[in-house]
Ligand binder design. Structure first.
Ligand SMILES: NC(=O)c1ccc[n+]([C@@H]2O[C@H](COP(=O)([O-])OP(=O)(O)OC[C@H]3O[C@@H](n4cnc5c(N)ncnc54)[C@H](OP(=O)(O)O)[C@@H]3O)[C@@H](O)[C@H]2O)c1
Length: 220
């Protein structure tokens, strides 16, 4: 192995120890996909998903792997979760989530490719903060989607209790549901917009509207 792009989309980090040990045996370049929601000053993170990312970053450092850490903001592609609701009406309802500069997953992928291929000494050891160009609330995202698909879409916030019952009824595993509710309730808003995507890829981050325009067919 020369290089590893590591994603850990699980709700606990314990099982990663064996994987990291295996990776460390050949000391490849490691690019790890983490989260901008990490608070470096906090002893405990806002929710289990962010907590796992902190633990993963630490385990990679402790294994001597000098990981290139890409902390991603909220992915625009999370909007795919609204498609089923939009097949039956113009309303998206769900737990509200604090506003952040939503990022296009294609930019995250391009940044990861760049991090995997650039010379080592060309990259910062600090985490790269991958953000979109402007902070957006759920309501902002739904409104932009409506403009693109030419429908009067609106967002309605529902209580954590109702959101929990609906996600469980949809068959999502309970630990995941609790992690998502916890994220909606506790993750703070962020207006931290960076140029780190441009620094890694050579071009500015795409807007949410660009992602929606290129995926409009999924929402009709
Ligand atoms: N979504 C965001 O807004 C966001 C923001 C910042 C960081 N991140 C981080 O980015 C990563 C991906 O997020 P996501 O929202 O795209 O997650 P996701 O929708 O849950 O997708 C996870 C992907 O990993 C695959 N996967 C899950 N368990 C696996 C396993 N044991 N072995 C191999 N593949 C496995 C899944 O495959 P299947 O489809 O086959 O199940 C799926 O393709 C996570 O670590 C997340 O914390 C996400």
């Amino acid at each position: 192995m020369d290089a590893v792009f590591l994603i850990w989309p699980l709700l606990e980090s314990g099982a990663a120890a064996e994987v990291i040990e295996e990776i460390a045996a050949t000391s490849p370049r490691v690019v790890y996909l983490s989260s901008t929601a990490i608070d470096d000053e906090a002893s405990r993170q806002s929710d289990p998903i962010v907590q796992v990312h902190v633990e993963m970053e630490l385990m990679l450092h402790n294994a001597g792997l000098k990981p290139i850490v890409l902390r991603s903001d909220t992915l625009a592609s999370n909007a795919r979760g609204w498609a089923a609701q939009l097949r039956i009406g113009d309303e998206v309802s769900g737990p509200d989530v604090a506003m952040t500069p939503v990022v296009d997953p294609r930019d995250v992928a391009d940044a990861a490719v760049s991090a995997l291929l650039r010379p080592n000494d060309d990259l910062d050891e600090e985490p790269h903060l991958l953000t979109g160009p402007e902070p957006l609330s759920r309501a902002d995202q739904v409104a932009r989607l409506g403009t693109v698909i030419n429908r009067p879409l609106r967002f309605r916030s529902v209580s954590a209790d109702l959101a929990r019952r609906r996600m469980l009824a949809d068959g999502r595993p309970e630990p995941l549901v609790e992690a998502l509710i916890s994220a909606a309730e506790h993750r703070p808003a962020s207006n931290c917009v960076t140029d780190h995507i441009e620094r890694l890829t050579g071009r500015p981050a795409r807007t949410f509207t660009e992602w929606v325009t290129d995926h409009a067919v999924e929402f009709h």
